[in-house]
Ligand binder design. Structure first.
Ligand code: MOS
Length: 715
């Protein structure tokens, strides 16, 4: 079927998911399988002297209680894809509350869970560094590590001088708290060794990354590790790398000679995998009186663990968004005895735009310039830091079309009242870097005109199976019912990670190349003219005239250095209401316009962006994970203590559209990524709308009622 690219094909994996036939990692059983339950360290720092596991071993069904004494010395894994240089359960040191100190294995989950509560650990506590409190205390330059993917400090032009010469300045510090990913599916993994070969079924965003880590830890060849990930129930970044439970499951399966499954509880998701660490960002802007930016100076400090310096590159926003003559950025970390943070949906620019977008909006109000006009005056026609041209960018159209749809230019200078609500409106930029990972795929043509897509990518709920099906249907003119898709297995052609909004572009391009390769091979072997997309009838006729049962098209996406800078862009407009007595903030409506390359499927694309805007609303007004400083642990380790947007928080009036665009520099399919773009900018737009409604600037997220109830004059 031609024309299927860009059509709203329904989710191909939808029926399997809503009927419960889709199998996730924790649904996987093996004969003779043991259930593993991790025993978390109760203190944030200390030394483990002894473990008394007698009571745990007495529980019927318990087969093993393993500690660091039983786990052999493992090899050093690459970081990333391993999350940490610190391999779990290798010594007696405790560096964070929740660090696994033992694993209980049993014939039933109930026995393992009960026995894990009976394990007694004798620990000598050590002084610990608590999670910082939203200030600069202890900030230092990050150490050299796999996480330092770009220089921590960078400068273009002369920031000091440009700032000294500029007549207008704005400087402020913006704080966002640590927050957890909270995917629907808690992390889970199944590990089995047979004849020296490890098979895992894992909830992961990067099956090949898991394989890489296991090869290094167990010092075995890639052919000896197979990782399957048939479905991953959301990740948002917390399943992007390899965390302790995956390593412990593989080690425990090797020691016991039996398959082991570890499924984390919701509580363990808080301290055994990751979160987005708190960031304290200071932005200094210097500008001319008509709003042209002379200098941007941006420092971001994020919390990290004792073992690793994870750097969240929030300052990327200041390197990519506005055409300032001089730009300086600094990344710093604050080490603490907490579990390690990681990327979370809309890292980089998504984090930095909270600070930079807010600062721009504050500068606009200081100069009494419309926030869109200020942005237009500072539009980055080329990449501001490298000077490279953009592969494509239609941000002007986003401003124009968004403003028109929202009615921005009718925004009243004074806030309006609607019953008890003070109504305010705000806008901000959206932006996300474009990450391109090598990927490969096969398209197998069958004699009956069916096609099978094969790639070792994974679905984390975003709709990749639907997009890949559309690409093959379009290339071969097949009905969707004739195309099936096999993914989530390192026995399939290698594909990159499903993070950084990268899969449609990378895997999609590989699949399109594989379909074209299959067609070219068939044309050559059958002698038929298949120059037009042929359809099932012509395909099977050509197959049978050439006497072919099955033909394998091979394709890959191998991004090379490009002369172009790449990114995705957008503009978000929100209208909010503030109850001046109670401080409650409600989202009333939103408009988003996006420049993100070719949109493969408007239905799944809209779902991604809508989810992103909801995610942004949660970040702006609800979500925070607090630490109990005395105990060095997350105060609430379940969803009862973390506020998240629910349907009642989200109005139906959310207007999302994409600017018509094809970016052939980014990928041969013309697309870029949209999994994260929608989540960016919402926080800054909301903060500005609250300012519009109340006259108060809130620079610390989330903007909860306690921050407004004292501020708003109820008169
Ligand atoms: Mo994401 S933080 O790219 O899973």
């Amino acid at each position: 079927m031609t024309g299927l690219l860009g059509a709203s094909l329904p989710r191909q994996d939808g029926p399997a998911k809503v009927t419960g036939t889709a199998r996730y990692a924790a649904d996987h059983f093996g004969p003779d399988m043991l259930y593993g339950v991790l025993v978390p360290a109760p203190v944030p720092a200390g030394r483990l002297h002894a473990i008394d596991a007698d009571a745990a071993r007495d529980v019927p069904g318990v087969t093993h209680v393993l500690t660091h004494a039983q786990i052999p010395k493992l090899g050093a894994p690459p970081v990333p894809p391993a999350s940490s240089v610190r391999v779990p359960m290798q010594d007696d040191e405790i560096q964070y509350e929740g660090e696994p100190i033992a694993v209980v294995l049993a014939e039933t989950l109930e026995a393992a869970e009960h026995a894990a509560t009976l394990v007694q650990a004798e620990i000598e506590p050590a002084p610990s560094t608590p999670h910082p409190r939203g200030d600069r205390a202890g900030a230092e330059a990050p150490r050299e590590s796999g996480y330092l993917s770009a220089p921590a400090d960078a400068e273009r032009g002369e920031v000091e001088q440009a700032a000294a010469n500029a007549p207008v300045h704005h400087e402020a510090t913006y704080v966002q708290p640590s927050r957890h990913h909270n995917p629907m599916e808690p992390s889970a993994t199944f590990a089995q060794w047979e004849d020296g070969t490890l098979t895992m079924v894992d909830a992961t965003q990067w099956a090949y990354g898991v394989r890489m880590v296991m090869c290094a830890l167990f010092e075995i060849a890639p052919e000896r590790v197979r990782v399957r990930s048939p479905h991953t129930g959301g990740g948002f970044g917390c399943k992007g790398l390899v965390w302790p439970h995956q390593i412990i499951a593989a080690a425990a399966a090797r020691i016991t000679g039996r398959p082991v499954r570890i499924a984390l509880s919701r509580a363990q998701m808080y301290s055994t995998v990751a979160y987005q660490p708190q960031m304290v960002q200071t932005v200094s802007l210097a500008a001319s009186r008509d709003g042209r930016l002379a200098a941007i100076d941006h420092e971001s400090i994020n919390v990290t663990s004792a073992s690793d310096d994870f750097v969240e590159y929030a300052t990327l926003a200041s390197q990519t968004t506005y055409a300032a003559a001089a730009i300086r950025v600094r990344q710093r970390v604050q080490r603490a005895n907490v579990n390690l943070g990681t990327a979370m949906r809309a890292p980089g620019e998504g984090c930095g735009l909270w600070a930079l977008g807010s600062a721009i909006n504050e500068l606009a109000s200081q100069l009494q310039i419309d926030p869109i006009e200020l942005r237009v005056a500072n539009h980055a026609d080329v990449h501001p830091f490298t000077g490279q041209p953009w592969s494509s960018k239609k941000l002007y159209e986003c401003y124009e079309q968004g403003a028109r749809a929202f009615g921005w230019r009718r925004r009243p200078s004074q806030p309006e009242r609607d019953g008890q609500w003070l109504v305010g409106q705000g806008m901000a930029d959206c932006a996300m870097g474009t990450f391109r990972f090598p990927s490969s795929a096969h398209v197998r043509l069958r004699a009956d005109g069916r096609a099978v897509i094969q790639s070792g990518t994974q679905d984390i709920g975003t709709g990749i199976v639907t997009i890949l099906t559309q690409i093959v249907c379009d290339a071969l003119r097949l009905e969707p019912g004739l195309v099936s898709c096999e993914i989530g297995d390192t026995d399939l052609p290698e594909a990159g990670p499903t993070f950084g909004s990268s899969s449609t572009m990378g895997v999609g391009a590989a699949v399109m190349a594989a379909a074209q390769d299959a067609l070219a091979k068939l044309r050559e072997r059958s002698g038929e003219d298949l120059s037009q997309a042929p359809g099932a009838g012509a395909l099977s006729a050509a197959m049978s005239s050439a006497g072919i049962e099955e033909l394998i098209g091979v394709g890959s996406f191998a991004p090379h250095d490009s002369p172009y800078a790449m990114g995705t862009f957008g503009a978000i407009f929100v209208e909010i209401g503030v109850d001046p007595e109670l401080g409650i903030v409600r989202l009333r409506r939103a408009v988003g316009r996006y420049s993100a390359g070719r949109i493969m499927n408007p239905r799944t694309a809209r779902a991604q962006i809508l989810g992103g805007i909801v995610w942004g609303w949660g970040k702006a007004t609800m979500e925070a994970s607090h630490q109990d400083e005395r105990r060095g642990r997350w105060l609430s380790k379940n969803l009862a203590g973390v506020a998240l947007p629910v349907n009642a928080d989200i109005p139906s009036d959310i207007d999302i559209a994409f600017i018509d665009e094809i970016d052939e520099h980014a990928s041969p399919i013309g697309g870029k990524g949209i999994g994260e773009l929608g989540a960016t900018g919402v926080d800054a737009a909301v903060a500005d709308a609250i300012f519009h409604a109340t006259g108060r600037r809130i620079r610390e997220l989330p903007i909860t009622p306690d921050k407004l109830v004292q501020l708003v004059d109820p008169s």
